[in-house]
Design a protein around this ligand. Structure first.
Ligand SMILES: NC(=O)c1ccc[n+]([C@@H]2O[C@H](COP(=O)([O-])OP(=O)(O)OC[C@H]3O[C@@H](n4cnc5c(N)ncnc54)[C@H](OP(=O)(O)O)[C@@H]3O)[C@@H](O)[C@H]2O)c1
Length: 328
């Protein structure tokens, strides 16, 4: 697969693989099937794998560690610290205190079966801990060889600048896709100015932009999207489906699938963007990574823009509490 370079010269496959849904948030998964999928992804040229302490919690890092141990030197593994986990493993706020960062890093190294984390992100900004302290702690871990690169997730522009002044940031990972355009106004220009790469998460709109989630029953009762995501529910959902249907027509005219259109659109935004679509299915993985070879022309991009402008997207991307943890 084609590659892209994030900040600080970190080279990754143009499309990575988001591993969260293999253990968390999107209903039941078959662990053996996911293990084998991770290995097939490497065979297909994916070198960029995304996990986090909180996915599971813990079990996703274990899965990724087990799958990638035999090919460790050929892949870039990104993981994240920064949530406070209550009992039994529930999420109860954020914690980026230096001592906690160190403890989580040691535990992640063990679960990932490795001696270094290629890219370590702070998952959410902790308002209680100055970002300089966070950057300094990750900087120390880099000096010790336990971490190779520093990243942030859902951080605001000022936080990115302050962090980068303490320890060069390799990548920001935030939500960005055809229906989540928040980073365009302020964040992308700051990243460009500072030479930081961008890793869009949920690049397929958590599956919605693929057109595969047309019915509410497509999501199981315990699916995170059904419980907490306003734009997957009610009137917003109906409006969003109309726009997704219109985009599917654009994709059809272009001879690609809706998922491929969504990914190729992201890749067309900047050369230092590397999205990490998630899937548990080989056919979808193959479909998604083929998007790295699709080049959208300025005319294609205009049609996409006009199509979205016609019906638009509605509804917040997170519930209020989760939204309050972003862009700090
Ligand atoms: N930093 C953060 O705060 C944060 C937040 C969320 C996610 N992430 C990371 O970003 C990664 C990707 O985001 P995401 O998983 O939330 O959303 P996504 O990649 O936008 O979409 C994943 C969903 O789309 C489905 N899907 C994938 N390819 C498809 C295709 N070709 N056709 C139809 N359906 C398809 C998947 O279902 P199947 O699995 O059933 O195929 C899954 O339900 C995560 O795995 C995680 O590593 C980070």
């Amino acid at each position: 697969m084609k590659t892209r370079v994030l900040g600080n010269g970190l080279e990754v496959s143009a499309l990575g693989l988001g591993c969260m849904g293999m253990s968390w948030a999107y209903g039941p998964s078959d662990r053996d099937q996911c293990l084998s999928l991770l290995r097939q992804a490497v065979d297909l040229g994916v070198t960029f794998f995304d996990t986090a302490e909180v996915y599971g919690p813990f079990t996703n890092e274990e899965l990724v560690g087990e799958a990638l141990a035999p090919v460790r030197d050929r892949v870039v593994i990104a993981t994240k610290f920064g949530f406070k986990l209550g009992e039994p493993g529930s999420l109860s706020g954020v914690n980026s205190r230096p001592k906690h960062i160190r403890e989580v890093t040691e535990a992640s190294l063990k679960r990932l079966r490795t001696d270094r984390i290629d890219l370590l992100y702070q998952h959410r900004v902790d308002p209680e801990v100055p970002i300089e302290d966070v950057a300094g702690t990750v900087g120390d871990l880099i000096q010790e060889g336990k971490v190779l690169h520093f990243g942030l997730s859902e951080a605001g522009a000022q936080t990115i600048r302050r962090a980068h002044a303490t320890q060069p940031v390799t990548a920001l990972q935030s939500e960005y896709s055809l229906w989540t355009r928040d980073p365009e106004a302020e964040i992308l220009p700051v990243l460009e100015e500072l030479g930081i790469g961008f890793v869009p998460y949920s690049p397929l709109g958590r599956g919605f932009l693929t057109g595969a989630l047309k019915n509410e029953d497509d999501l199981t009762e315990d699916d995170f999207r059904r419980r907490t995501q306003p734009r997957f529910n009610g009137e917003a959902r109906k409006q969003n489906l109309r726009t997704v249907d219109a985009l599917a027509e654009v994709a059809k005219d272009r001879g690609v699938t809706p998922a491929q259109l969504a990914l190729a659109w992201l890749l067309a935004q900047k050369p230092w963007i590397a999205p990490i679509p998630g899937t548990r299915h080989l056919d979808r993985l193959q479909e998604n990574i083929a998007a790295a070879d699709i080049t959208l022309t300025p005319a294609d991009l205009k049609v996409i823009k006009d199509t979205i402008a016609e019906t638009g997207f509605a509804g917040a991307r997170y519930g209020e509490a989760s939204l309050a943890m972003t862009n700090l």
